[in-house]
Design a protein around this ligand. Structure first.
Ligand code: F6P
Length: 360
C-alpha cells in the first residue's frame, strides 16, 4: 500500500505539444487514487519560490488535453547545482533550497516531465533523496530507450504540411526550396517530415553532406524535367569536414543554439546550380499548437504510467514507450546519451531507393 498522499508535477526544458495532456492524466489518475497534486510553475522554481505552486484538481485540468504549451510554464536554462537563488527568505544554492522546500511543503514525490536536461537534473535530485518519476518529452525524438516521445509526431505533421505548401510555390516558380527543421543533433524530424513531404534532398547531422552532390541531384532532376526541388535540412546538419551552424554559442547555464544552416545551404545551392533558391526556417512553429491524436494518446499513457509508478515504485525512473508496453527505466541509463538516426535505418534506405539524396 503506497504511503504517497501528495505529489508535485512540473514541466522543464523546451515545451512540446502534449505536456498539458500529461499533466491532465497525472492529475486525474492521482486524484482517483486518493493523491492530491500540486502544480509547480516554471520547473523547479515551483519548489524554490513560495507562491509559484498551486493545487491542481481534476476541474483545473478539464479542457487542456488539446492545448499546446504547458499550463505550468517551463524554463530551459541554468544548472541548479551551481546556481544561486534569492527569495524573500535569503540567498541559497538553488538545489539545496529546492530540496529543503520539497521537505517543507510535505510533497511526497515528484513527477518531472522534461527532456534530456530535465532528466539529468531530476536524476541528481533523486540521488539527493527526492523520490521522483520522470516522463520524457521532446519534439526531437532523441531520448534513448523510449521508442517515441510525445511532441515529435506533432512537429513532423506540422513540418510535412509546410513542405506540402512549399511544393506548390516551388513548382510555380521552378525554384529550389530549402526548409530548415529543428531536431538538435538528431535528424529524426528531417527524415520523417522529408519522406512524408516527398522531399528530394534530406540533410541531417548523422550523414555529413557535400553540396556538390546535392547540386548534382538537382541537375539530374532538371534533366528529366522536374520543375522544382525541395531540400529539407536539419538544424544540426553539417557539411563534410565542417561544423554545425550556430546562432548562439553556449554560455554558462545555456546550451548552444543551432540555426542558420538553411540560409547558407540555400545561398550555396543557388551558386552551384544557377537556380533561384529560397529558404524557410520552421523554427518554433514546430513546437506550437495542438498535439496530434498520437501525441495526445502517448502523453496520456505516459501520465497514467507515471502515477502507477508513484503508487507501486520504483522511483528514480523514466517512463519509456517499448511497444506494446510502457516500461520504466532507471534514469542513470538515460541521462548523458542521445538517440540519433542510424544511417542505415530502413527509412533512410527506402528514401535512397526512391532517389532521395542525402548529399553524401
Ligand atoms: O529540443 C527542442 C528544441 O526545439 C530543439 O529542436 C531546438 O534546437 C531547441 O529546442 C530550441 O530551443 P529554444 O526554445 O531555447 O530556442
Amino acid at each position: 500500500m503506497s504511503t504517497v498522499k501528495k505529489i508535485g508535477v512540473l514541466t522543464g526544458g523546451g515545451d512540446a505539444p502534449g505536456l498539458n495532456a500529461v499533466i491532465r492524466a497525472v492529475v486525474k489518475s492521482a486524484h482517483n487514487s486518493g493523491i492530491s497534486v500540486v502544480g509547480l510553475e516554471d520547473s523547479f522554481d515551483g519548489l524554490v519560490h513560495p507562491g509559484k505552486s498551486r493545487r491542481l484538481t481534476p476541474e483545473d485540468v478539464t479542457g487542456i488535453l488539446r492545448r499546446g504549451g504547458t499550463i505550468l510554464g517551463t524554463v530551459n536554462r541554468g544548472d541548479p547545482f551551481v546556481e544561486m537563488v534569492t527569495t524573500s527568505q535569503g540567498t541559497f544554492n538553488y538545489a539545496d533550497r529546492a530540496i529543503e522546500m520539497f521537505h517543507e511543503t510535505g510533497i511526497d514525490a515528484l513527477v518531472c516531465i522534461g527532456g534530456d536536461g530535465t532528466l539529468a537534473i531530476a536524476n541528481e535530485f533523486f540521488k539527493r533523496g527526492i523520490p521522483l518519476v520522470c516522463v520524457p518529452k521532446t519534439i526531437d525524438n532523441d531520448i534513448v530507450i523510449t521508442n517515441s516521445c510525445f511532441g515529435f509526431d506533432t512537429a513532423v505533421s506540422f513540418a510535412t504540411d509546410a513542405i506540402d505548401r512549399l511544393h506548390t510555390t516551388a513548382e510555380s516558380h521552378r525554384r529550389i526550396m530549402v526548409v530548415e527543421v529543428m531536431g538538435r543533433y538528431a535528424g529524426w524530424i528531417a527524415v520523417h517530415a522529408g519522406v512524408a513531404g516527398g522531399a528530394d534532398v534530406i540533410l541531417m547531422p548523422e550523414i555529413p553532406f557535400d553540396l556538390k552532390k546535392v547540386a548534382e541531384c538537382i541537375r539530374n532532376r532538371d534533366a528529366w524535367g522536374a520543375r522544382s526541388s525541395i531540400v529539407v535540412v536539419a538544424e544540426g546538419a553539417q557539411p563534410k569536414g565542417g561544423r554545425v551552424s550556430l546562432v548562439e554559442e553556449s554560455s554558462e547555464g545555456h546550451v548552444e543554439r543551432l540555426g542558420g544552416i538553411g540560409m547558407s545551404v540555400a545561398a550555396d545551392l543557388e551558386q552551384l546550380t544557377g537556380k533561384e533558391t529560397r529558404y524557410v526556417v520552421l523554427g518554433h512553429l514546430q513546437r506550437g499548437g495542438a498535439p496530434t491524436a498520437f501525441d495526445r494518446t502517448l502523453a496520456t499513457r505516459f501520465g497514467g504510467k507515471a502515477v502507477e509508478l508513484i503508487l507501486d515504485g520504483p522511483f528514480g525512473v523514466m517512463v519509456a514507450n517499448r511497444p506494446p508496453d510502457l516500461v520504466s527505466v532507471p534514469l542513470g541509463e538515460v541521462v548523458g546519451r542521445i538517440k540519433t538516426v542510424p544511417p542505415d535505418l530502413d527509412l533512410v534506405r527506402t528514401a535512397r531507393a526512391l532517389n532521395v539524396s542525402f548529399g553524401d
